[in-house]
Ligand binder design. Structure first.
Ligand SMILES: C[S@@+](CC[C@H](N)C(=O)[O-])C[C@H]1O[C@@H](n2cnc3c(N)ncnc32)[C@H](O)[C@@H]1O
Length: 387
């Protein structure tokens, strides 16, 4: 099965170059959203074209839909550039690049940059199509520019109160409008965000107060060291086992939009708190698994594992070590003698580095200031290839 994906703009048939028109005119089956299909004139009676409007939800229905039309010339309509947050990328994931031919059109991102005079290479692009608005949070940095696809401009405004927002509707079409009113934006809009002075750093070690917690929180200094040892890279998956407030998973995901994390926590109240922290800090995609380790650790193989709780439970370290991918990292923190004994045993078996972190914070003592020591934390970090 192979398909041709043709980008079409808000100016519809009029705006299509001859090559794109030819693809559409010579297909046997034309697929797309109802809005996109309506932009294309009906085929003549001599050469009927079957039109298939996307069902909802689309992605799970796609394999069956394509199978039904196996052996026919299938053309798929996509808005703008099919490979920019579009159906083209979904089809390539499904069929492989060799079976998807893409005829692009300018994307809404290119058109928005053209209207605003923004360099495309200087903007961040975030799609909120079918996703929570919180995803925009890690992209908000002083003076930066962000283009948001989909979503409700009012929700973005609430998250970026000091930003200047511009709504760009129906780009490239006869109904194009560029304005600053956030109410009743056309569904086909891009929101341009010019950040003000707000926006937190993405370097791990956020202040403890930024997390909702009940005391079960890896504190700022230890968290920064732990993240450095976990060494997140774009696209990697973390298991945060015994996640507590979820701060390790949250900071892992904030390092890059493609990083993912599963937070495993047996206490349902804490699990709910992890979800709230993830949303508040702009990484709502963290998967929270409620249950006891190792029973619930039958999950996608991780690139790194952090064990912050449950070290003394039978089989937790074994399961995590077995699951981590080759060249993956395992980092475990212990504060009790019993869990430290587990780490010492595993260090003897697998090697790696044992480090003791002792942090004291200066606090008020009467009218003076003194060091208040935090509980020492023993960290064991090991990489699979070194074991
Ligand atoms: C799933 S994304 C697809 C993006 C598309 N592939 C592209 O290249 O522009 C859909 C979102 O793109 C934006 N969009 C697409 N065409 C647009 C247009 N002509 N004017 C404004 N926004 C547009 C809207 O934010 C819409 O919700």
């Amino acid at each position: 099965m192979s398909v041709t994906v043709i980008g079409i703009g808000a100016d519809g048939w009029e705006g299509l170059p001859p090559a794109s028109r030819h693809e559409i005119e010579s297909c046997e089956v034309l697929m797309g959203s109802t809005r996109q299909l309506d932009l294309v004139p009906a085929a003549g009676p001599d050469r009927p074209v079957e039109r298939v409007a996307w069902p909802s939800p689309l992605v799970p229905a796609l394999p069956g839909l394509l199978e039904r039309h196996e052996g026919r010339r299938v053309a798929v309509l996509a808005s703008g550039d099919p490979m920019c947050h579009g159906i083209g990328s979904t089809l390539v994931r499904l069929l492989g690049a060799a079976r998807v031919r893409v005829v692009p059109h300018p994307s809404s991102v290119s058109l928005a940059c053209a209207r605003l005079g923004w360099a495309l290479n200087d903007v961040e692009v975030v799609s909120l199509v079918g996703k929570p608005a919180a995803l925009v949070v890690p992209h908000l940095h002083p003076g930066r520019r962000v283009l948001v696809l989909g979503g409700d401009p009012r929700e973005v405004a609430a998250l970026a109160p000091d930003a200047r927002l511009t709504v760009l509707e129906q780009l490239g079409g006869p109904g194009e409008r560029v304005h600053h009113s956030l109410d009743d934006a056309d569904p086909l809009h891009v929101l341009a965000v010019e950040c003000g002075a707000d926006g937190a750093s993405l370097t791990p070690g956020r202040p403890d107060e930024e997390f909702e917690h009940d005391g079960q929180l890896t504190k700022r200094e230890v968290r920064a060291v732990t993240l450095a040892l976990l060494a997140p890279r774009p696209g990697e998956l973390l298991w945060d086992v015994g996640a507590g407030a979820g701060s390790i998973a949250v900071e892992w995901c904030r390092t890059h939009p493609s990083c993912r994390a599963v937070a495993v926590e047996r206490n349902p109240e804490r699990a709910a708190r992890i979800g709230r922290n993830a949303t508040a800090l702009g990484v709502p995609g963290i998967e929270v698994v409620v249950g006891s380790s190792p029973d619930v650790l039958d999950l996608e193989a991780p690139d790194a594992v952090f064990i912050g709780g449950g070290l003394t439970a039978e089989g937790v370290v074994e399961r995590c070590w077995d699951a981590v991918k080759p060249s993956g990292r395992l980092v475990a923190n212990a504060v009790t003698l019993e869990s430290e004994a587990v780490l010492t045993r595993w260090h003897g078996r697998l090697g790696g580095d044992l480090t003791r972190i002792e942090v004291s914070r200066a606090t008020a003592i009467g009218g003076f200031t003194g060091w208040r020591p935090q509980m020492p934390v023993t960290t064991w970090a090991v990489t699979k290839e070194n074991a």
